[in-house]
Design a protein around this ligand. Sequence first.
Ligand SMILES: *[C@@H]1O[C@H](CO)[C@@H](O)[C@H](O)[C@H]1NC(C)=O
Ligand SMILES: *[C@@H]1O[C@H](CO)[C@@H](O)[C@H](O)[C@H]1NC(C)=O
Length: 317
Amino acid sequence: MRLTSTFVAAAATISTASAGYKGFNYGANFLNNQAKVQADFEYEFNAAKTLPNTNGQFTSARLYTMIQHGTTNTVISAIPAAINTNTQLLLGLWASAGQANVNNEVAALKAAISQYGTKFTNLVVGISVGSEDLYRITPTGIANKAGAGAQPSELVNYIKQVRAAIKGTGLASKPVGHVDTWTAYDNSTNAVVVQNCDFIGVDAYPYFQTTMANSIGTANKTFYDAYQTTINRAQGKPVWVTETGWPVTGPQSNQAVASAANARIYWEDVSCSLIKKGVNLFYYTLQDNQWGTASPSFGIKPAGDLQQVQPAFNLAC
Ligand SMILES: *[C@@H]1O[C@H](CO)[C@@H](O)[C@H](O)[C@H]1NC(C)=O
Ligand SMILES: *[C@@H]1O[C@H](CO)[C@@H](O)[C@H](O)[C@H]1NC(C)=O
């Protein structure tokens, strides 16, 4: 028995080290503003799982909203798509558009629990209240204009509302956190948000770090400096990498040159080392320019039929 339990413990240690969630970020709509329907999400989740040279490891999805695009508070069709494809979910509730919108997000979250039950709740690995809302209220973030953002005190209220909504449900034991840029965490005014989280998700892109050395040659160090800065501010909470990536096309950004060759280097250095370390990773992204032009474009796959077009670079680690 003793030998057996030692073996089991050793095996558990090994699997923990390589058991980080691996996935991509999935928006609710295509670039032409058309809502993704269930079949679209299923197609995307299946394409992620069958990416060449990844051993089918990309089985998780991060969402930004619980609401089906174009509706008030209908459950996003990514939920039944995840159930049909056995995809793990890092849920997101959009928190940059005020309390009334958060009420709709919470209504959709509750509806998903009652409509889909444990088939849904068993797939959930975490719940993020917000995405870059603290970044959005900074002088740099305001120029970005994707919603108004949220003050730290507002986010704390939203986190409490989500905790109250999942109490006594199948999601009660799931970690509740927040996603923001590493610069937002490196701002002591925002420490109260971290204090109210079970985990924090960090978004970090050396490509956008134009005031620092950010060529592909220093990108691994630039990324890990941002990641370590976040860990230093995390108050001991787990840090998940919720967005990172290197653009395949687009303008030069300080020293950062967008190219498939550089995206390959970034993947090999940053993504592969995070995977090896067992850090939860939601890469940005599988495809970002369907029915429109993203510039810069971070898509591993170009526009087109996701299960037909090939990755722009080799994904082997
Ligand atoms: C620091 O955080 C506060 C609250 O989120 C924000 O108002 C302020 O603009 C941030 N400071 C900087 C330099 O980004
Ligand atoms: C990137 O940096 C991390 C953290 O220091 C390290 O573990 C990893 O080996 C580095 N990757 C390369 C290719 O240098």
